[in-house]
Ligand binder design. Structure first.
Ligand SMILES: [Zn+2]
Length: 396
């Protein structure tokens, strides 16, 4: 009985410690105003692009890892072989808290892992990772928890930090995305989840966040999700630094691959230019429909059956982003052009509130102290109460 009692007390103490650590001992932030982009000139991430030299990439795939505790089937070699056969220049394996190094001698090798083991699937992808950040908050995370994880991941200065599948289990809510900073990209489209509302919310709140599209592959053997979504990256070489810089600076777009699509010939962007306030776009293939989207995902204009188009932007909209849909089911999603005031991407604009942080910590420590006193009083040495003899018996 005594052993069982001690196990239950230890378990409850452990859970209480995790709750207090997550909700009371961490940093509290104050978030900057949620302002849309401002400025007179349009910033265009694609301005320097004039050749269709895109690298096809997938940055999110899992294989068998951690003795099968995590969801992943097939070996690293099988995953890499499968992506090689589909014309991918870049294929990062991103197991949970584990960096795959099997391709480290190849060009376009990206060391990566998926961060997060919490119940609400608030996950981040760390691309170009040099080390693993092990901590996480396991219960549903507050926006302060999420901001402090992003701040910790940012300590690796070369890494590209991506919010993974934000709409899945509401890992990131729309309210979170209005204020969170400190990440470069969002996995807006994957075979597991689409998060356009989340992306448009972040963009409409003035966050310079670029798109990534991934398979989020978990089973290479069944091929489920394999080759369905990719990111096309415009980098001068296949060196890791060039690929990471291209992602950080928005020289990429996401593609959903239609069933009839030749995987070696995904439609590409030939050019997207801004001259004064005129935006012109040229694609390699004729699209069935091209949509121009503005704040909060509003459809602003659409064009049918064309390969090239241009439109005039004006400051009534903060950004314009383009989607191109093809007859075979393939859809391309481009990063926006936006009126800019020069905020660099991934700058953390939230600041720690020291007084609120220390108040919360003091409350947390009081809760822990109260629990320890209660345990000592009820069941500690010298206490007259045994297991099962409660207040009722005493008060008789
Ligand atoms: Zn995930």
């Amino acid at each position: 009985m005594k052993v069982l009692r001690n196990i239950i007390i230890s378990l409850l103490t452990g859970i209480l410690w995790l709750v207090v650590l997550q909700y009371f001992l961490g940093n509290r932030y104050t978030f900057a105003d949620q302002a849309a982009y401002k400025g007179d000139s349009l910033f265009n991430p694609y301005q320097r692009i004039d050749k269709p030299e895109w690298l096809k990439g997938n940055f999110h795939a899992h294989c068998h890892a951690w003795n099968g505790i995590t969801n992943g089937h097939g070996s690293a070699e099988e995953v890499h072989r499968a992506y090689d056969s589909l014309g991918y220049a870049i294929h990062a394996l991103s197991n949970y808290h584990e960096i795959d190094t099997s391709l480290h001698r190849r060009p376009a090798y990206i060391p990566a892992y998926e961060h997060g083991y919490n119940i609400q699937k608030t996950h981040q992808q760390v691309l170009g990772a040099r080390a693993i950040f092990w901590n996480d908050f396991i219960f549903p995370q507050t926006v302060h928890n999420k901001q402090s994880i992003l701040a910790a991941l940012q300590r690796d200065p070369q890494a590209v930090i991506v919010l993974n599948h934000p709409s899945k289990r509401q890992g990131y809510t729309l309210e979170d995305l209005k204020v969170l900073t400190g990440y470069h990209c969002m996995e807006v489209v994957s075979a597991a989840a689409k998060s356009f509302e989340e992306w448009d919310t972040a963009l409409s709140s003035g966050k310079r966040v670029y798109i990534i599209g991934n398979d989020d592959l978990h089973n290479v053997r069944t091929g489920d999700r394999l080759g369905r979504v990719c990111t096309m990256v415009y980098a001068p070489t296949q060196r890791q630094e060039d690929i990471l810089t291209a992602l950080k600076e928005g020289r990429a777009y996401a593609a959903e691959i239609g069933a009839g699509q030749d995987p070696y010939r995904v439609p590409a962007l030939l050019g997207l230019k801004v001259h004064a306030d005129t935006v012109s776009v040229v694609l390699t293939d004729t699209a069935q429909a091209i949509r121009v989207i503005t704040e909060n995902g509003r459809l602003w204009k659409s064009f049918a059956h064309c390969r090239a188009l241009s439109f005039r932007a004006d400051t009534t909209h903060a950004y314009y982003r383009i989607e191109a849909q093809f007859e075979n089911g393939t859809v391309l999603y481009f990063n926006p052009v936006f009126y800019s005031e020069g905020t660099s991407p991934a700058t953390i604009t939230a600041s720690i509130r020291p007084v609120a942080t220390w108040w919360h910590r003091a409350i947390g420590l009081l809760i822990l102290l109260g629990w320890l006193l209660l345990v000592k009083r009820l069941w500690g040495p010298g206490s007259k109460r045994g297991w099962g003899r409660g207040r009722l018996q005493r008060s008789e």
